[in-house]
Design a protein. Sequence first.
Length: 571
Amino acid sequence: MRYSQSLIPTLKETPAEAEVVSHRLLLRGGYIRKLTAGIYSYLPLGLAAIRKVEQIVREEMNRAGAQELLMPMVQPADLWRETGRYEKYGPELLRFHDRHDRESCLGPTHEEVITDLARREIRSYRDMGKNLYQIQTKFRDEIRPRFGLMRGREFIMKDAYSFDVDDAQSEKCYQKMFEAYTRIFKRCGLDFRPVEADSGTIGGSFSHEFMVLADTGEDTLAICSSCDYAANMEKAAVKLPVADDSALLDLEKVETPGKRKVAAVCEFMDIVPRELVKTLVFLADGQAVAVLVRGDREVEEVKLKNHLGVVEVEMADDKQVYDATGVPTGYLGPVGITVKLVVDQEVAAMKNFTVGANEKNYHMKNVNIGRDFEAVSVADLRQITKDDPCPQCGEPLILREGIEVGHIFKLGTGYSKAMKAFYQDSDGQEKPMVMGCYGIGVSRIVAAAIEQNHDENGMIFPMPLAPVQVILLNLGIKDEQITKMADSLYEELMARGVEVLLDDRDERPGFKFKDADLLGIPLRVTVGKRFSKDGIIELRTRRDGAIEELQPEALAARIVALIDAEITAAQ
RNA sequence: CGGAACGUAGCGCAGUCUGGUAGCGCACUUGUCUGGGGGACAAGUGGUCGGAGGUUCAAAUCCUCUCGUUCCGACCA
């Protein structure tokens, strides 16, 4: 590729819209351009990087026995009604009517389409054990797209779906995918961790996320400092606390005029937040539910949602709280409350705690479960903290930010039952197919790789993801000898299968160096004065800036060796 | 959708409070010089000031509405 013929519009200044480093550098490097909110064009270099990821994904999926196919992006609403998701999915699903007024949507994921295909085409247990995948543009009408390729509305995803005869086979496939994913992210040169995850709206019984560790990540991970435990914070199990066996004290009502916040109440009553219990009201699919957690804890909404078995929970506002309970916020408590009450396990282990009295300007102390009120249910409902022990081994946990680049689910038979995807087993019985689904955010991987690999001068691509492996700078466009050498090296490298970008623009050396750094291409070859004077070609690595001086004849072989070494190292 | 900010040349911004001439840097065009870390000089091109309506002799500037973008929250690959 010749720079002069390509479209690589680098920017000296950072566009104001870009906040995170990958977004800034992708724009500055001329890899992407925004069309509208959350929707980007991939320019030649951006596309080249994406193709690299796709290729790795393809190779590993195929190696794991999966088959590639391609499904439609436009999907009929009726298919989505079969699983109930047309109603459930929410405004993230972009819906529209075609010219015949048929309801349609743009595929944000493909469980319905693939299950429809499977139920039509697969009859016998002999045809089961299939894993089908595609790499395709998805559309999710995100409420708030942000961070460039990290959370677009339109993005490239690899999605795979497996169909097995029973749980044991499905489990094997899940394991295989777990291994394939580990290989994929390793080959991409990413620093990542697989973590236990919530299965979200896609549904299913069990799942892992693959997280790239980066400060700009939107998820928080709980990672054990000692054993192999790692989980998304929203899923991370809090260890069951030891029950307090103090004697029960007498219930006491205390006047707390104007003291609504935990801090104010504690100060007024001369207690600490861990002796107080908050009563928070959530709307669970519209129904008010009160949740008790210790004063210094936060409710984990995902845990609450799963515990209640509802689609959505949100914190009620002051008015909704008053409407549901008749008590102003700040004075709510479990004693005599009228709405459904669920209790965090930590609170269930407490004795003689302080709560709101369900009456303005009053709190109660020495409250106890069982004696003063009954809980509808007790569960792990709070957010884990960095001070919690590992739920597996009890050693300290570390909390880190991560970018979700892959997610695998055991789906079970939810979709197959809803859509009547049955096969006939060897015993002649009709049985539901056991499904799994496995996603990778292809375009997001490129962003994640940059978040992990950059410096003040620009991107630093790991060799396996680099859009091209070498940038060849001709620093003497008007010098016949230099240009001749640069062109011949360009030809020679390409002949040896090396991907090269030849910077043949009539620009000053400094300008080309800056662009080369910004673009993040792993190897840089310079043909300039050093060559015309001493016959020396310079080879520099982007990551550590190390320079080797070589004779032109030795260059190609050296480059091939470096590339091979880096690619093998990542495998 | 809730909270906040911002829309002025391709990009980054000033000008808006206090109404009157649209400006700076980069980029772009032409020329000369220059040529190893985003060069210098000279001459240029490019604007319905997001859009619509209003107030006024006069609106980028004041008022109303609207569209868009970004940031914080809920969603997710």
